[in-house]
Every structure is written in structure tokens, then in C-alpha cells.
Design a protein around this ligand. Structure first.
Ligand code: NAG
Ligand code: NAG
Ligand code: NAG
Ligand code: NAG
Length: 345
């Protein structure tokens, strides 16, 4: 009994720490440059990519890595006005030595609007070899309604296909229905206090007569994950932990398997503990044989740098006892390493 109580206490403690997470304290690693002139930058980039000379990677990197995405997009607009060319395309396929490499892909993404970057990552997660469910929910559970609507539009513009139709064809069962609900972008984003009665209703429905049966009937689980506010979802899982003595991972792992399980677990992690989730993603990638050449590093850097990459770095260090940069220094080099340093350094 004592052990059971301790267990419960442990779970509630760990869940309430996540619950009290103060989003205003998240640290980015890339912030807008205080003095910046888009035309000057456009000219420097043009000169650095001058085809008559060796491409100056240092000059390119020092501009790209010291501007926010909004500023880089301003530069791209000026570049188009002055030189009549698409900066993203030029960076990717210019005469630079690193044409087509990870480095070139990263440079291109750095001057690409975020919804388009997200749609590229969704496309990769669905069609690059086998479907990676966790990457789908990482993006679709981790963004607000406005961003999801922009992603849906950007996906159609990029691929001339519907994101929902692709999700339907590449996933199945409960997770497919969750993803379809998520792309509707109807989450309750009210900043009002969580409604205790509504939390209890959800908990009761999810823990029906003391039984969890989400595998056969995922409708309510999906509704909670896709439509309720983040604080509401956290409260629901806190209550469920109290009732079942299991944390959300334990509960979901019991109900689902393989990719579907990964998709659900990642969805809840994005709502409960996004920074720790990304620290673990970095661990897996950095340990993996692809090292820093992996697109995953680029995804984390590009999508989190202006939100919480600083906090993710700290979490990684706490949990894995070394810094992300130590690992990156070991296995990347040159201009690409410099670029990653700007994100993770
Ligand atoms: C979050 O942190 C900010 C700045 O440190 C502080 O002003 C605010 O009151 C905090 N909010 C909560 C809910 O703790
Ligand atoms: C490349 O650019 C850097 C920074 O702008 C500059 O200091 C350096 O002289 C340039 N190198 C060449 C070969 O032009
Ligand atoms: C949205 O959430 C708030 C706070 O939890 C709640 O008061 C409100 O009723 C919810 N709105 C809808 C339409 O469910
Ligand atoms: C970190 O990554 C390695 C290699 O992928 C893995 O074996 C290990 O379990 C990971 N650590 C954690 C805590 O996830």
C-alpha cells in the first residue's frame, strides 16, 4: 500500500511540475538582430554567391544565422526585388561547393516560411520510406490553430495535394482519426480557467467504470487530445494518473502498439513536456549512425530555435550529461557545423 501511495505521489508530482510550466520562461536561441537592413543583407548574400568566385560560406552563414526567420524572409523579398531571383533557390543550388547537401538544405529552409517548412517535414514523415507517426503528431499536436491552418494551406500550395487526404492514406485506425481531427484546427484556445466539471466528464468517459479501452474506442481520447485546451489535457492526464496509478506513457503503451503508440505518446508529450521530448529526440539522433547529418537535427533547430531551443539544450545537458555542441563538434565540420553552432551553441 505504502508503495502504491508513493507511486501515486511520484506521478502527481511529475505531472504537476509539467502543469505549472511557465511558457514565458522558455528560452529561444535565435532572436531578431537589433540592427538590420534587408537590402544590405541581400547585397552581401549576392556577392557571397557570386559565381565568378569561390562561394563565401562564412559570409552567408554569418547573415543567415544572426537573423530571425521573419528578418530572413525580408531579406529574401529584397533579394527578389533587387536581383529578380529566388533566394531559397539560389542558396540551394548556387555554385556553392555544398550544393544539394544537408548544409544547402538547411540554408534553403532558413529562408522558407515556417508553414512551408512544416509541410516539407510532414511530407517527409509520410513518404520518406515508412510513415513516422511521431513526427506527424509532433507537428500537429504542438502547434496552435492558426499555424495548423497555415500548414494545411502551405501543404496544398507545395504539393497540390490535400494534407488530410495524405494523412488518411498513410495512417490508420484511431491515430488516423486523431490526425484528421487535428488538421481541422478546432482546439479550444481559451485562456480561461480550466473547467473542473468538463475535466471530470472527460476523465469519467476515458476511464469508464474503471476500465480503459481506448484501443477499441478512441473517439473520446481523440476529442480530448485534439479539441481541448493544453491546460485541460494536462489536468485530464493528471486525474487519470491519480485514478490508475499510471502516467500517460504507461496508459498509452498499454492501449496501442508500434507507430500508433509513438504517435499518441508524442502527441501527449508535446502538450505536457515538449522540451524534454525534444531533448530525447536529439539524444536518439545524436547517438544514431547518421549523426548530425540527419534531417532530425535540422527539424529541431529550424522549428524550435525561436521558441524554446535554449531550454531544450539545457534539458539535454541535464539528462545526458554533455552539451549538444560537444556531440555536433565530434561529427560535423565546416560551414554546416558553424550553422549548427549558431542554433545550438
Ligand atoms: C511566468 O513567468 C513570468 C516572468 O518570469 C511571470 O511574470 C509570470 O507571473 C509567470 N506566470 C506564472 C503563471 O507563473
Ligand atoms: C568572406 O566573408 C567574410 C565575412 O563577411 C570576410 O571577412 C572574408 O574576407 C570573406 N572571404 C573572402 C575570400 O572573400
Ligand atoms: C473552452 O475552454 C474554457 C476553459 O477551459 C471553457 O470555459 C470553455 O467552456 C471552453 N469552450 C468550449 C466551446 O468548450
Ligand atoms: C539515448 O539514445 C540511445 C541511442 O539511441 C538509447 O539507447 C538510449 O536509450 C537513449 N536514452 C534515453 C534516456 O532515451
Amino acid at each position: 500500500m505504502a508503495r502504491f501511495v508513493l507511486l501515486l505521489l511520484g506521478f502527481s508530482l511529475s505531472v504537476s511540475v509539467c502543469h505549472s510550466q511557465n511558457d514565458t520562461q522558455l528560452k529561444p536561441t535565435i532572436v531578431p538582430a537589433s540592427s538590420f537592413d534587408a537590402s544590405t543583407d541581400a547585397n552581401v548574400l549576392h556577392e557571397a554567391m557570386d559565381s565568378t568566385q569561390k562561394c563565401n560560406q562564412t559570409a552567408i552563414g554569418s547573415i543567415l544565422s544572426r537573423r530571425s526567420l521573419a528578418q530572413r524572409l525580408d531579406v529574401a523579398e529584397k533579394y527578389k526585388l533587387i536581383f529578380g531571383k529566388d533566394l531559397a533557390h539560389e542558396l540551394f543550388s548556387s555554385t556553392c561547393r555544398f550544393r544539394g547537401s544537408m548544409h544547402a538544405r538547411m540554408c534553403k529552409a532558413m529562408v522558407t516560411p515556417l508553414p512551408t517548412q512544416y509541410s516539407n517535414f510532414l511530407d517527409l514523415a509520410m513518404f520518406c520510406q515508412k510513415t513516422i507517426e511521431s513526427e506527424l503528431t509532433e507537428i500537429l499536436c504542438g502547434n496552435n490553430n492558426a499555424m495548423i491552418r497555415d500548414i494545411v494551406q502551405a501543404y496544398t500550395d507545395e504539393y497540390k495535394r490535400s494534407l488530410q487526404a495524405d494523412l488518411e492514406s498513410e495512417t490508420s485506425g484511431g491515430l488516423e482519426r486523431l490526425l484528421v481531427l487535428l488538421v481541422q484546427a478546432n482546439r479550444n484556445e481559451s485562456s480561461q480557467q480550466v473547467d473542473n466539471q468538463k475535466v471530470s466528464d472527460d476523465v469519467l468517459a476515458l476511464f469508464n467504470g474503471g476500465k480503459v479501452n481506448w484501443h477499441d474506442d478512441p473517439a473520446r481520447l481523440n476529442e480530448v487530445l485534439a479539441l481541448r485546451s493544453f491546460p485541460h489535457v494536462r489536468r485530464v492526464f493528471l486525474e487519470l494518473s491519480r485514478k490508475t496509478g499510471k502516467d500517460f506513457k504507461g496508459l498509452l503503451e498499454e492501449q496501442f502498439s508500434s507507430g500508433t503508440k509513438d504517435g499518441y505518446v508524442t502527441c501527449v508529450r508535446m502538450i505536457q513536456e515538449a522540451q524534454e521530448y525534444f531533448a530525447d529526440v536529439l539524444n536518439q539522433t545524436l547517438e544514431g549512425f547518421l549523426g548530425s547529418g540527419d534531417l532530425t537535427i535540422a527539424r529541431v533547430a529550424l522549428t524550435r530555435s525561436e521558441i524554446d531551443l535554449g531550454t531544450i539544450k539545457e534539458k539535454y545537458k541535464q539528462k545526458y550529461g554533455r552539451s549538444v555542441m560537444d556531440v555536433i563538434h565530434e561529427d560535423s565540420s565546416g560551414a554546416y557545423k558553424d550553422l549548427l553552432t549558431a542554433f545550438f551553441g
